[in-house]
Each structure stands twice: as C-alpha cells, then as structure tokens.
Write a new protein. Structure first.
Length: 243
C-alpha cells in the first residue's frame, strides 16, 4: 500500500542572488524530497535541502540546450508519486514568463496537491542599477512584454506599450534587439532612453544605457548576453533627465 501523498511546490528562486529568496521558499527547499531546478536558479539554494534530497537539473539555456517541457512534466508526476514532496525551483517568479502555472495545472490533473510560492522577479532587481520601474511624474505604469512569443515572433504588445509613458520591460528580448529598435524608430521614438541589464542581482552584473535606436550596438559593444532585461522609457536614464 502506497502511503506517499504526492505534493508539488512551484517555487520562485528569485533573480539570482540566493539571499533574495523568500523565507517560505527556504522552508519548502528544506522539506523537499526532490528538487527539479532551472538554469537560472542559484545552485547555492540547493544547499538548503537535506542530504538525501534528490536534485535534478531540468534547465533551459536560452537558444541552447534544454530539457523538453514534456519531460519536466513527466518527472513531476513520477517523483511526486515516488517520493512525495517535489519542489519545482524556477528562476525569478514562476508565473512571469516561467510556465509555472502550466506545471500547476498538469500536476492537478494527475491528482497531485499543488502549492505556489512567488519569487522576486528579475525586473525588481533593476533597482540595483538605479532604475526604478515607476517614478512620479515620469512613469505611471509598467508594461512587461516577452521578446519572443511561442511562435518565435516579437510580441505585438510592444507597439501598444509605446503609445503610453509606461516603463517597458522586455524579457527574453536579446535576440530581438534589432527588431525592437526598428519598431521604435519607425514610430519616431528612436531617441527613447534604453538600458540593458545582465544578471541584475549578482556581483558580476553588467549594464549599459543609451537610446533605443542604438540598442544593437550597445549590446554588441558591451558584450552583453543572456540573461538580461531590456528596459525602455525615461526611467532608464532618470538621473540625467533631472527628475
């Protein structure tokens, strides 16, 4: 008779710095029987788990090798019924372009109890580079856009966001830098301030600021790569704008 109660915790690992994880997430890791962890989750967080906890890498490197989502879902089912308490550790916040809710829905379909623990998203770490997401009289809202949709195209929401004074945050947009710049140029907004921040919460973070029409050159000249966020709007150069 199987007395194991299958449970899945979908946990946000935060933006990279292991000290930015929540207390609730820390407790979940300490009690885990299995941890399925992503590429962007700090490996130091695995040290919080017990010695007999099984740790399985299921990462997806941008535009590189990756663990198919179907395989991850299958592991969730197998390990939950085999060992009970599974933590799915995902970088940032699992419900912001992290496919976390897909995994929650799948687990529920398999009769697995589910819990969600949010994490600090990487866009919240932009403050380390003195980039506020909002600022009075400068930006009244934040528009968060994926740079690459499921079909590989740039989100049409970018053109809508450009019609406001919102801070635009582009996740997974590095491969679309030329297209992003062209979109702004065609709308006569090529001089809009832009910043690109890589590894925003970590000591080795890199960043550059400029204007969006020069986005590709800024990225290339400063050798920026993944994981990075593209920030477009006045907040990207707020110190020099006199606000």
């Amino acid at each position: 008779m199987n007395l194991i109660s299958p449970v899945l915790y979908v946990v946000g690992a935060g933006p990279g710095d292991p000290e930015l994880i929540t207390v609730k997430a820390q407790k979940a890791l300490q009690n885990a029987n299995v941890i399925l962890y992503d590429n962007l989750a700090s490996r130091e967080l695995l040290d919080l788990a017990s010695e007999d906890c099984e740790k399985i890498y299921v990462g997806k490197k941008p535009y590189g090798e990756y663990t198919p989502q179907e395989e991850i879902l299958n592991l969730i089912k197998i390990k939950a019924y085999e060992k009970g308490n599974v933590v799915r550790l995902k970088g940032g916040d699992p419900f912001i372009f992290g496919r976390g809710f897909e995994e929650v829905l799948y687990a529920r379909e398999q009769g697995i109890e589910t819990h969600f623990i949010p994490g600090i998203s990487s866009m919240q770490a932009l403050g380390f580079e003195d980039i506020p997401l909002t600022h009075r009289s400068v930006s009244e809202s934040v528009w968060v856009v994926t740079g690459t949709k499921k079909d590989g195209s740039l989100s049409d929401d970018l053109k809508l966001a450009m019609q406001s004074n919102a801070t635009v945050i582009v996740y997974m947009g590095m491969k679309k830098a030329a297209q992003i710049a062209e979109t702004y140029i065609l709308q006569g907004q090529g001089d809009t301030p832009v910043a690109v921040v890589q590894n925003a919460s970590l000591p080795h973070r890199k960043s550059v600021k400029g204007i969006v029409k020069n986005l590709v050159k800024l990225i290339e000249d400063n050798q920026l790569t993944h994981p990075a966020l593209i920030v477009i709007g006045k907040v990207a150069d707020i110190e020099n704008l006199g606000y």
